[in-house]
Ligand binder design. Structure first.
Ligand SMILES: Nc1ncnc2c1ncn2[C@@H]1O[C@H](COP(=O)(O)OP(=O)(O)OP(=O)(O)O)[C@@H](O)[C@H]1O
Length: 114
């Protein structure tokens, strides 16, 4: 898979992934993906690559949502993306736990409940 057209830092990151991770990260954004992999096998690294790919496609960081099961994983993902794309970009991404994101939705739209 070619990473031509990516900024060098993105390209270097993507080249550090293995073939399957790279394929998952760089598949066309119109294709929904489900990645099934065991603990510690590189899922977070793949998601970081996927976010870099979305950013490279011109998707605004504030339109990207990544959800995790723990706050530690959310914070680690933001740090890892920030290390490649820059902290300013990473700050604008919505990266949170499923629970936190859903609670935020409930609070935002509480007035819609009957
Ligand atoms: N292609 C790779 N080559 C070498 N090391 C890798 C590769 N992909 C991931 N790693 C390293 O393996 C470790 C686990 O990767 P990662 O955190 O992405 O896995 P995970 O599946 O999300 O883990 P967990 O199940 O614990 O959340 C990390 O130290 C990461 O840097």
């Amino acid at each position: 898979m070619s990473t031509a057209g990516f900024p060098k830092a993105y390209s270097d990151y993507l080249q550090s992934l293995n073939g399957q991770q790279k394929e998952a990260a760089c598949t066309d954004i119109s294709t929904p993906l489900m990645i099934v992999a065991g603990p510690g096998s590189g899922k977070t690294s793949t998601m970081v690559g996927r976010v870099l790919m979305l950013l490279n496609e011109g998707i605004g960081p504030s339109n990207i949502l990544a959800m995790t099961f723990t706050t530690t994983a959310a914070s680690e993902m933001r740090d890892r993306i920030g290390a490649v794309a820059g902290k300013d970009v990473a700050k604008q991404l919505t990266i949170s736990t499923f629970h936190s994101f859903c609670l935020q939705l409930c609070r935002t739209y509480a007035d819609k409940y009957e």
